[in-house]
Ligand binder design. Structure first.
Ligand SMILES: CC(C)(COP(=O)(O)OP(=O)(O)OC[C@H]1O[C@@H](n2cnc3c(N)ncnc32)[C@H](O)[C@@H]1OP(=O)(O)O)[C@@H](O)C(=O)NCCC(=O)NCCS
Length: 225
């Protein structure tokens, strides 16, 4: 079964596992309708990922209240097909919304285009267990683009895809994704998952990825001094 036919909570679980491995995090704890992980990022002590905000709005509100009341700067991430309503709930519970909403996207990897890297760029792809790591350099061996994909149980999760500013719109983003997908299929992956920034969404849509849900994020407000 491909990503568009699977339930959002199932896909969110798969995405979190891949993302956690890509970031070198311990496995998440599941409680109260969310996956919780100590992320170690500045401003994000504990990150909680809501599994079924659309199906269980009560759990969403309770989790939002929990994060809002935390003594730490915690973070709540909510994949949802109703991003406006979710943002309202998070705001009502006293959370500080992230400036940009992201997008949860999926693709049947067999339908992904296989785009080459154009000269003068060169590609190198390394594998460490389930982690694929791609680097593209220019003719002076300077970094031009990179990306990571983690393959677990037939699902490939893309992470940290980027093209350096001066090399953008030359096909490198497409080439990074194509090389990663080719290698992921070789490891048995069938479904691709990622969360996309605004810029990333343009790239992935051009490559045939489908938007499965919005991703609304918010953090604990800093205490007033
Ligand atoms: C998103 C990003 C990786 C795209 O890399 P890129 O090398 O410029 O992408 P490509 O040149 O392969 O783009 C392929 C196609 O995607 C689409 N596309 C890519 N970036 C776009 C943008 N900013 N606006 C509109 N369309 C865009 C276009 O259709 C483009 O084809 P075209 O140039 O012939 O019109 C790059 O902008 C980036 O690193 N951004 C900052 C980090 C980031 O947001 N990464 C994504 C995290 S999810």
């Amino acid at each position: 079964m491909t990503g568009s036919a699977q339930s959002l909570p199932h896909l969110v679980r798969c995405w979190q596992r891949g993302w956690g491995v890509a970031c070198g995090l311990a496995p998440a704890d599941e409680a109260d309708g969310a996956l919780h992980v100590l992320s170690g990022k500045p401003g994000r002590h504990l990150e909680s990922l809501v599994l079924d905000a659309d199906g269980d709005p009560g759990a969403l509100r309770a989790l939002a209240a929990q994060v809002a009341g935390s003594p730490h700067p915690d973070w709540l991430t909510v994949p949802t097909t109703a991003p406006r309503e979710v943002a309202e709930v998070l705001g009502e519970e006293g959370l500080r919304l992230a400036a940009e909403q992201e997008h949860f996207m999926t693709i049947d990897l067999r339908e992904h285009p296989d785009l080459p890297v154009a000269a003068p760029y060169a590609v190198s792809l390394d594998r460490d267990g389930p982690i694929l790591d791609i680097r593209i350099v220019d003719e002076h061996d300077r970094p031009a683009a990179h990306g990571v994909m983690v393959v677990l149980d037939g699902v490939a999760v893309a992470h940290n895809i980027a093209t350096y500013r001066t090399h953008r719109r030359r096909g490198l983003g497409g080439a990074v994704m194509s090389s990663l997908v080719r290698a992921a299929i070789g490891l048995g992956a069938e479904t691709g998952l990622l969360t996309a920034s605004r810029q990333g969404r343009h790239l992935y849509t051009a490559l045939g990825w489908a938007n499965r849900a919005g991703v609304v994020s918010a953090g604990t407000r800093e205490p007033r001094r």
